[in-house]
Design a protein around this ligand. Structure first.
Ligand code: FAD
Length: 385
């Protein structure tokens, strides 16, 4: 079967790209080794505000979380939020099913249970090994350890965090206003541990730098005094590798382009990749459509201008890898300077300009039923009560 574009990987990057390419008039096939959309989810699936702005998701797939409660290793915490900003926890499997439906509705053919084993150039296209599929263009959206990259001798991710998470049945032990993030050199060296109130579950996990094994049991023990884990049932488990070396350089060959995790589009510091998968996955497909349909410029050249270098996040990653000792972090988190830096990481450069602070305070109270003390300025909030 001949297509204009074959996409390997029906996840965030691949499905968004499929929808755009098909909507612009290309014939598109997407293959994925999984047996169905939303199977074996490996991600926490939290969307930052920028990701939500990229794509109009049905509201019932997400739950808004306005703030971050950041814990030092001694479990003292600071509350961070920026009026107008929010994170969105998701019904992740349902979100992936929705993205698949959107791609199908645009005209893409989705083939599940089909593994990419290899491919070769043939004429002015690419033919897949072992399956009767051929295309003018091949997109590798096949994740952190991309077979497409390997097959075409493209750059591969080399640095990873290892993430592990369980989902507890929902309840109100975890304050829904916050992503609860834990800094700890002993428990989560090189990254953080978290408890995130999701729409259907409380997601609790941690990620650690290369070569370590995440010890989730130790983290649950450590936080038992804050959250009553024993009273809850575990209903799901997720785990996976998070590329943290930043965007890769050689991500294209003639007729082939990597996108998403396969291209290293993940923040080296926060490990977030869905936002880039949405934004750049869509752009990549639009450039390929323009290239194939209108003799537009080479897609990789246009895309290279859009992929952020994430330089300061790479530098911050190196600092994080040094794993500052716990007593130092305990002390540092009590300083205004470190809290400011944390706000920059969590809220990017978003300002709260134009937000009516009193209206925001009332909204917090209405949505979350608790009294909110707002700071005068746009800085760390005193603890919400
Ligand atoms: C534990 C963990 C927690 C995370 N939490 C967050 C978070 O909260 N927010 C956030 O923004 N990011 C998070 N990330 C990162 C985020 O999940 C990724 O950036 C995102 O999933 C990348 O999407 P993608 O489409 O590029 O690749 P993936 O989601 O990895 O999808 C790749 C797809 O390719 C398919 N595939 C792979 N190989 C083949 C093959 N040979 N043949 C056919 N199909 C194949 C796979 O089945 C899969 O469906 C997390 C990652 C992990 C591991």
């Amino acid at each position: 079967m001949d297509f204009d574009v074959i996409i390997v990987g029906a996840s965030f990057a691949g499905l968004v790209a499929a929808k755009t390419a098909a909507a612009r008039g290309l014939s598109v096939a997407v293959i994925d080794a999984k047996r169905e959309p939303g199977a074996r989810v490996h991600t926490t699936g939290i969307l930052v505000r920028e990701a939500i702005d990229e794509i109009d998701l049905p509201a019932h797939l997400t739950q808004k979380v306005p703030g971050v409660r950041l814990y030092a290793p001694n479990l003292t915490s600071v509350d961070l939020f920026r009026p107008g900003y929010a994170f969105y926890t998701t019904r992740t499997a349902a979100l992936l099913r929705w993205l698949a439906d959107e791609a199908r509705a645009a005209g893409a053919h989705l083939l599940y249970g089909v593994r990419f084993e290899g491919a070769r150039a043939e004429g002015n296209g690419i033919r897949l090994d072992g399956i009767d599929l051929r295309a003018r263009y091949l997109i590798g959206a096949d994740g952190a350890r991309s077979r497409v990259a390997q097959c075409f001798g493209l750059d591969a991710n080399r640095r990873f965090l290892t993430g592990l998470e369980v989902a507890f049945e929902p309840g109100d032990a975890v304050d829904r206003r916050f992503l609860h993030c834990f800094l700890s050199a002993s428990l989560a060296p090189g990254y953080i541990a978290w408890a995130a109130p999701g729409p259907d579950a409380v997601q609790v996990g941690l990620a650690v730098r290369d070569g370590r094994k995440p010890d989730l049991a130790a983290f649950l023990d450590e936080t038992r005094s804050l959250f009553d884990w024993d009273a809850r049932r575990i209903i799901d488990r997720r785990s996976g590798l998070i590329p943290c070396g930043g965007p890769l350089r050689r991500t294209s060959a003639p007729g082939v382009l990597l996108i998403g995790d396969a291209a290293g589009w993940v923040s080296p510091l926060t490990g977030g990749g869905i936002r880039f998968a949405f934004r750049l996955g869509r752009k990549a497909a639009a450039y390929i459509a323009d290239h194939l349909l209108n003799a537009g410029p080479a897609p990789e050249t246009l895309l290279a201008r859009e992929v952020p270098a994430l330089s300061w996040k790479r530098a911050a990653r190196r600092a994080f890898d040094l794993v500052p000792p716990d007593p130092f972090v305990n002390l540092a988190l009590s300083t205004a300077m470190v809290r400011k830096a944390a706000e920059r990481v969590y809220f990017h450069r978003r300002s709260a300009q134009g937000v009516d602070r009193e209206a925001y305070r009332q909204w917090l109270e209405k949505e979350f039923g608790k009294t909110a003390a707002l700071p005068d300025r746009d800085s760390s909030a005193p603890r919400l009560v």
